[in-house]
Structures are given as C-alpha cells and as structure tokens.
Design a binder for this molecule. Sequence first.
Ligand code: PSU
Ligand code: MN
Length: 299
Amino acid sequence: MERLSKTKRQPTVALESTIFSHLGLPSPANAEALDRCLRAVQSGGATPALTAVLDGAATVGVAVDSDPSLAERICGPARKVAARDLGVAIGQGWNYGATTVSASLTLAAQQGVRVFATGGIGGVHRGWPDTGDISADLDAIAAHQLITVSAGAKVFLDLAATLERLETLSVPVLGWQTDNFPAFHAQSSGLPVPHRVESAEEVARIASAHWKLGGGGILVAAPVPEADALPFAELTDAVDVALAQAADDGVVGAAVTPAILGALADATDGDSVPTNLALAENNASIAAQIAVAIDQLEQ
Ligand code: PSU
Ligand code: MN
C-alpha cells in the first residue's frame, strides 16, 4: 500500500471516496463536496487522507491537490469497494475502486490514522429480517481503532435497529452537542444517543481511555448545521418514495445505497444534495478538530 506522505504524528483525517464518485453524489456536486471536505480538514489544522484503489493500488492520501486529474478520477465512474472487496480490487488491478466506509477504515487503520470523516454511515436496512441487508460499515467501525464522524446513519435505514447493532458491537455512540441521533439530512431522528459530548478534547479523552482498554471504533454523530437541514417529515415522505422506486426497480445488494440516494435526490427535487454537501463538510471540520485534539493529548 502507498504510504502516507506525512508522518503518522501529524493530525490526519481519512476520507472515503465512494461519496465523491458517481456512486455517491451527482456531478458537479461531487467535485464541490470533495473540495469542501478537503478544505474543511485543512482549515481545521489537519491533513486530509483520501482513500481509494487506483490502478490496483490501495492508497491512503490520494494526491488530489497536486494532481487535478486524480480529483477528476475520484469524481468519476467507479466500482464500489467495501472491506471484503479490497483484495479483489487490488488483485484484479481495478482502475478505480471507490472505497466505502468499511474499506476506508480498513486502509486507514493500517496507516495508524485515528480519525475518519464521512457523510452518513451505512447500517441496518429496513426489512433486514427478510433481506439480511446490514452494511459492513458497522462491523468495520467496531473492528478498527478509529473515530468515525458522521451525520448519523443514512436516513432510509432502520435507525433504531442500527443503534441496537452498534450497542451489540460495543461501539460507543457520542452525540456531538446533541442528545439525539441525527437523521442524516435532518438534525434529529428523535432517537436518543447514549452519550453526549461538547468538544473535541472530550472526544479525545474518551477515545484514549477506550483504546487503552482494548476497545475498537467510536462513532461521533454530528447533526447537519441547522441552516442546511431538511425537515424530518418532508424527508420521511421522500424516503418512502425512494424506497418504493428502488424496490420496483428490483435493486439488490451493493447497488441499493447508490440507487436510493439517487431516488432521494429526485424525490426532494434536488434539495437533498446541498444538504448532503453541508453535512459532509461539517463532519470533516469536526473530524479535524478531533484529530488535532488527539495529537495534543498524545504529546
Ligand atoms: N453516504 C452518502 N453517500 C454514499 C455513502 C454513504 O451520503 O455514497 C456510501 C458510503 O461509502 C457507505 C456506503 O460506506 O454508502 C454503504 O453502502 P452499503 O449500504 O451498501 O454498505
Ligand atoms: Mn448492503
């Protein structure tokens, strides 16, 4: 695997690539999302480390800033790479494998990165008792000693079951200045989080203690900023429409999440896209603060 160009000691925030590819956001919003996330990490005093498989090489820290053609590739067509697909993508020399949360955490952990930012994690899908569809993101979060910052889990999931599963997996869920689990585009799902935190320093102290005890990953759930949030009721209707459309189209497996995200953008007349950008940027910014706080605690 390609090494990070900076030393491990430097505060670093890993980023996934699926969200920036054609699988995550429509063009040109995806390029804007990438730019805003990179800048948010940098303004927070940390180094962004974008993960992807390019020409069969797993990379943590794709050099998008020095090579604009790389940024174009990241924002282009991709094959989705979850943790289980990493070996396949490398072994078969995939041109562009866009890493999901589970793949990004696997790669970032190998490089000693402690903090990762995304939009919303995958989780337990509605109807999971029949389909068995539970994202590999959850097991990966539990397995690796990284803090994941996300706006909760994607809103079309079974959020209550997702929180239950995170409890079973012993993943601490910390509400970022909130008592409620965010619902991705909406500030609150109405479900309580087990713990609330107010600052990056507090998260760093919790992570340090958790990891000394041999714990795995931690989820920091940060609501989308109020100005960019969508009302939960409007979202619920749009989700129902999007889920029905995906079911009609007979979408299954790894294609489910990209299909529903696309249908959701249609069902909200595109309103979900700027909200998605704002929450991803906000998560990147909080992740940078946490990376800096961890670095200071370890000095
Ligand atoms: N959230 C977004 N856009 C995305 C995803 C999440 O706003 O594209 C992606 C992430 O990469 C996440 C993946 O890890 O969806 C989960 O897919 P699945 O549900 O198939 O595990
Ligand atoms: Mn799935």
